[in-house]
Write a protein that binds this ligand. Structure first.
Ligand code: 2ND
Ligand code: ZN
Length: 357
């Protein structure tokens, strides 16, 4: 009889992470160090343990807008090339230690220029950290450059994504408060990326509902959806029989990947609890669901912990965890050959071994 996955065995499973923010996963010890070195004096506490607790508690507001306020402290200490390289290096190390074999980590270059770095310097500093961290710790990390949806710099950021596409930037994203900032505000950037054959995902269906998902896909041409949880609003279940509306059916038929982040969704109010998270139904209906962390610091989590919570809530076994992982690898923004190689050479044998016990 197959053993139920535990946190300890899940940590050993080869995993793939598509939705993780660089400024949402900084080690508290590093924040304290960088604040001291860079003269940042606004931290709520300089004790790393208390700071960890502070982030998790301050992020539990039930509102995306308030959740996002805590980022001022991580972004505040990531304003030099050295700090960006260090944070990226440590991110690669932390993800590798959690058993992640491939990750796409995103951040908004425009938030890291307040002491004079150019957008290019920001990108290069982050790429240097991931290159070194990836080499030292045996993980492949691609980056996504994010534009803030309430700002007007998406075209510049999209151009960065194209300019650095052969250096490790694998795609583009927009993030920030969703209500009031529809994806079509940035249509020119998305159209440019499509003409350049570049990849992008859009945070949609988290702080706002179906219109945001619809625009992201049908107007902007998103390859993936960041969260996309509210696609559930287009699914009705009557007498146990689920019925998909046209948008939900399109998302499923087209195999559009959903980058789901269970703990983060509870903190921002996009889902009530893990047990009631739409991921359960979406998995049953075979949407292309992937499991992600969003912000490891704010959510006090790791990818292994997200999986372990789902195992507890939905009784998932190794085949389910492998399915989520293969979905994520198939949906990554790197080339088909590389994805296939990781699936066949690393992921499938890794889960087979764990299944045997
Ligand atoms: O879950 C999120 N939704 C929308 N925006 C987010 C989320 N997590 C982080 N962000 C924002 C805050 C960060 O400063 C920015 C770039 O990583 O992206
Ligand atoms: Zn996010």
């Amino acid at each position: 009889m197959e053993e139920r996955p535990t946190l300890e065995t899940i940590r050993r499973a080869p995993k793939v992470l598509l939705h993780d923010h660089l400024d949402g996963g900084v080690r508290p010890e590093t924040i304290v160090d960088l604040a001291r070195d860079g003269g940042y004096t606004d931290l709520p506490t300089t004790d790393p343990g208390s700071l960890r607790t502070w982030f998790a508690e301050a992020s539990n507001s039930g509102s995306l807008e308030r959740y996002l306020e805590t980022f001022s402290h991580t972004v505040g200490v990531m304003q030099s090339a050295e700090s960006l390289t260090r944070v990226a290096y440590e991110c690669a190390e932390d993800l590798a230690k959690d058993g992640i074999v491939y990750a796409e980590v995103r951040y908004a270059p425009e938030l890291h220029t307040s002491t004079g770095l150019s957008l290019e310097q920001v990108v290069e500093a982050v790429l240097a950290g991931f290159a070194a961290g990836g080499r030292d710790h045996g993980i492949r990390v691609g980056t996504l450059v994010t534009a803030m949806r309430h700002q007007a710099r998406s075209m510049e950021i999209a151009e960065l994504a194209v300019r650095y596409r052969d250096e490790g930037v694998v795609g583009f994203d927009i993030a920030g408060a969703e209500a009031g900032y529809p994806p079509t505000r940035h249509l020119d950037a998305f159209e440019y990326l499509q003409r350049e054959n570049a990849h992008f995902t859009i945070h949609a269906g988290e702080g706002f509902g179906l219109p945001s998902i619809w625009q992201a896909i049908q107007w902007c041409g998103a390859d993936r959806l960041g969260h996309g949880v509210r696609i559930i609003d287009d699914i009705t279940v009557e007498n146990g029989a689920p019925e998909l509306g046209r948008l939900a059916a399109y998302v499923r038929d087209k195999r559009i990947p959903l980058e789901m982040c269970p703990t983060s969704n509870i903190q921002t109010g996009a889902a009530k609890s893990i047990a009631e998270h739409p991921i359960g139904l979406l998995r049953q209906l075979s949407f292309r669901v992937t499991v992600n962390t969003d912000n490891r610091l704010m959510s006090g989590t790791t990818l292994s912990e997200e999986f372990a919570k789902l195992v507890d809530a939905f009784g998932y076994g190794w085949d389910d965890l492998r399915w989520f992982t293969v979905n994520a690898m198939k949906s990554a923004f790197i080339g088909f050959d590389e994805r296939l190689e990781l699936i066949n050479r690393v992921i499938k044998p890794g889960y087979e071994e764990l299944k045997q016990g």
